[in-house]
Design a protein around this ligand. Sequence first.
Ligand code: FAD
Ligand code: FES
Length: 255
Amino acid sequence: MKKVQDFKVKEFQWLNDDNYIIKLQSDEEVPEISAGQFAELKIPRSPDVFLRRPLSILDYHKKENSLSFYVKIIGKGTRQLGQLPKGETVNVIYPLGNSFNTENVNNALIIGGGSGIAPFILLARELQRQKIDTTFLIGGRTKKDVFLTDAFAMFGEVLLTTEDGSLGEKGLVTQHSVFKNKKFDFDKIYTCGPNPMMKAVSYIAKEKEVACEASLENMMACGFGACLCCVTETADGNKCVCTEGPVFDTNYLTW
Ligand SMILES: Cc1cc2nc3c(=O)[nH]c(=O)nc-3n(C[C@H](O)[C@H](O)[C@H](O)COP(=O)(O)OP(=O)(O)OC[C@H]3O[C@@H](n4cnc5c(N)ncnc54)[C@H](O)[C@@H]3O)c2cc1C
Ligand code: FES
């Protein structure tokens, strides 16, 4: 059930100059949230950011009524969110969108690039709960752009790529040697990140005949299916990423 709820800024964890985790806490109960769902955050007291900003839910704790988000600073909204004082009120609409499908999965490969790692802590927890083997393949431009690897390592093996070779294998995630191994026995790929990356991952999945889901990060405004600014083309016509996504079977996308 979708909620509109006030939270207070509890704490920040800065990962570097332009990446942080923000934790929000509320007096009201936090509902169950499924892996892949997101929230729309109103930036308080902003003179120039009027629309809410969509962020994947990184984690939540029902006992402490808290939500956390991993944020990469892109423009005014994500910068101003990172400058809020502790105790400031942030209005949040959540949980929004659909979630990853984990049915009939035995061996999952999660591929994340850039801020596309955010939905994967909740997914990893769900896969672990279902005793599904999970491997992570995380990529960034340099080692300074790769985050949360310690958190992922609690759920499975973590493979890394960087474009400059400063961490893990040199190259793009789609060039990792895992795809060249004869024994590629994953039966599901989950991906989130820049569109060209997800597109390339979906081609590999098709070639290897592995089911694949991508979590799209199209630009959004209303977040509830009214403005149509988030639509993506699918085999079944245009779909709103905010209400019918953000997670799509990549065979269904026309990219
Ligand atoms: C479902 C969903 C989940 C997301 N989850 C996360 C997350 O967990 N962590 C995270 O850091 N980011 C996430 N994003 C992206 C995040 O919403 C944008 O980075 C943010 O809205 C940018 O706002 P801004 O005010 O900082 O930048 P703006 O000033 O609005 O924009 C600055 C630049 O960023 C581009 N931009 C704006 N919005 C988006 C967008 N949605 N996607 C790509 N480029 C954009 C604009 O074209 C512009 O050039 C998610 C987006 C969606 C749709
Ligand atoms: S953001 Fe308005 S329809 Fe999706």
